[in-house]
Design a protein around this ligand. Structure first.
Ligand code: XMP
Length: 530
């Protein structure tokens, strides 16, 4: 189990029983400015106690408590003295383990409902007697354990909110963490502040201070190298490390020739000129483009780019060592490699009765460096969610154009050029992409969507320009909204915006005479075309 190395602040632990909402619970708690951490459902009580949580939340989950192999909790957890809030499956476990009764009624309660508060409870303090709530459950409690009483009921459920205030055990049949329970946030606040007595001490300012101390403690006077991609995560990691250790940090920025227009300029300006980070700019465009010559298969492109990146990065490190007179040329002078790993990447997701996720695309990130380089990792953002990373970035003084930029895939424009990647086709796509970005920004849509970009198809079609017949390329416009990139939908942007982008691309970008709008969601499509 991963634990936070910061014992000074309040902490809520969330035991994960496989709910799709577990991360949402963790984020809701953090929005209360209280640190939260997700742990596996089967964490032993002694391990939980050692983490000294102020309170525990048991998540929902897809199982029924009576299923064979249903995830079980260490029942000692109920005797630790820390308040416990069971949500949905979490409530079933409380009832099941403490002597109540749970049945599978065969009737699923799903969707919006109304909760009638029958008895006063600290959990619902200040919330009135009637609440809109969101249900999603199959099992139902039919008898309460000793010491418990009903706080609230819904149409279909007599035990929708229950508690044993003596032992500080609480259970909700519905989901307070989702937006469809509009006052769920206040329920969680009541639990976190008034029942668990947490302080609002998880702020990004305090995180930065603590992270700097931790980084200095970890690296001492050693040097750290970081692959800077220009994306939010690596940029914030760079700014944070720079604050913590200044000149001990060297960033390597690789231009793989597959970047958007002016990308290398922006990164060099922000980090080199504004932050005075030691920045090694490596222009490896030629190397990448020659390796990609003639390649059309999407997975092959990704593999080539991933492998080449590692070689280029490795070479850059060795070259940096050569310029450092103190180090032997055969070795590198960096003991540490920093990475912008975030919390969602490190949470061990529990798959209950599910299949391990299939590899749809082999993702490339600025990581995966060869084992033989023997780096120790520095991952200062491991505890943070994306929105927290953005706040940290802003507090460290990074500009909005970096902090709120849309995600950009590691293999860059190569996966947005279907067919062969050539300098000519790159230049067509870059021009089209620049128009998409600038029109999205001008219309105030850029920051509202997950991604907006152009894709170049290996398809020519007939057009007419002036009195001339043309036979030119097709550009597809992809604008999607998404929470995390796992699912996505195309955005219903105004027709006028589509019209402007389309006419600018066909008028200004040579060799394009047709623009299409991609109206596919994910699934079944993916966001990138390759
Ligand atoms: P797909 O195309 O799989 O993309 O629906 C989901 C999200 O991931 C981004 N993406 C990548 N990000 N390295 C990355 O760092 C990659 O190789 C990569 N491929 C796709 C994509 O832009 C979208 O936001």
């Amino acid at each position: 189990m991963k634990t936070a190395d910061a014992p000074t602040h309040s902490k809520i632990l969330i035991l994960d029983f496989g709910s799709q909402y577990t991360q949402v619970i963790a984020r809701r708690v953090r929005e209360c400015q209280v640190y939260s951490e997700i742990v596996r459902f089967d964490a032993p009580a002694a391990e939980i106690a050692a983490l000294k949580p102020n309170g525990l939340i048991l998540s929902g989950g897809p199982a029924s408590v009576y299923d064979k192999g249903a995830p079980q909790i260490d029942p000692e957890i109920f005797s630790l003295g820390a308040p416990v809030l069971g949500i949905c499956y979490g409530l079933m476990l409380i009832a099941h383990h403490l002597g109540g009764k749970v049945v599978f009624t065969g009737r699923r309660e799903y969707g919006a409902g109304g909760l009638h508060i029958k008895n006063r409870s600290e959990l619902f303090a200040g919330l009135g007697s009637q609440l809109d709530v969101w249900n999603s459950h199959g099992d139902e409690v039919t008898a309460l354990p000793k010491g418990f009483h009903v706080v609230g009921t819904t149409e279909g459920c007599d035990f929708a909110a229950v508690e044993d205030p003596q032992r500080k055990l609480y259970g909700l049949q519905f989901h307070p963490e989702v937006v469809h329970t509009p006052r769920g946030r206040e329920i969680l606040q009541n639990f976190v502040y008034h029942i668990c007595h947490c302080a609002m001490d998880w702020t990004m300012g305090s995180f930065i201070e603590e992270a700097c101390v931790r980084i200095r403690r970890q690296v001492g006077d050693q040097k750290v190298v970081l692959g800077l991609s220009g994306g939010v995560d690596s940029s914030v990691t760079a700014a944070l490390l720079h604050k913590a250790i200044g000149g001990q940090l060297t960033c390597i920025f690789v231009n793989n020739g597959l970047l958007r227009a002016r990308e290398e300029e922006i990164v060099q300006r922000v980090f080199g000129e504004n932050f005075h980070v030691q920045l090694k700019y490596v222009d490896a465009s030629e190397r990448f483009l020659s390796k990609l010559r003639g390649v059309t298969d999407p997975e092959q492109k990704r593999k080539i780019i991933g492998n080449e990146f590692i070689r280029v990065f490795e070479d850059a490190i060795v070259n940096l060592a050569k310029t450092d007179h103190g180090s032997p040329i055969t070795d590198h002078k960096f003991r540490f490699l920093a990475q912008g790993t975030l919390y969602p990447d490190v949470i061990e997701s529990v798959s209950i009765g599910g299949n391990p996720a299939q590899v749809i695309k082999s993702h490339h990130n600025v990581g995966g460096l060869p084992e033989k380089m023997h780096f120790e990792l520095v991952e200062p953002l491991r505890q943070l969610f994306k929105d927290e990373v953005r706040q940290v970035g802003l507090q460290l003084g990074l500009p909005k154009e970096i902090v709120y930029r849309q995600p950009f895939p590691g293999p860059g424009l190569a996966v947005r050029i279907l067919g062969e990647v050539t300098p000519e086709r790159l230049s067509i796509l870059r021009e089209a992409d620049t128009i998409v970005q600038s029109e999205m920004e001008a219309a105030d849509w850029y920051y509202k969507v997950w991604q907006s970009f152009a894709v170049l198809l290996p398809v020519q079609s007939v057009g007419v320009m002036g009195d001339q017949r043309t036979y030119e390329n097709t550009v597809v416009l992809r604008i999607v909204e998404s929470q995390d990139g796992m699912t996505a939908d195309w955005v219903r942007v105004p027709y006028e915006l589509l019209a402007r982008i389309s006419s600018r691309i066909s008028n200004e970008v040579k060799h394009v005479n047709r623009v299409c709008y991609d109206i596919s969601s994910k699934p079944p499509s993916t966001i990138e075309w390759e």
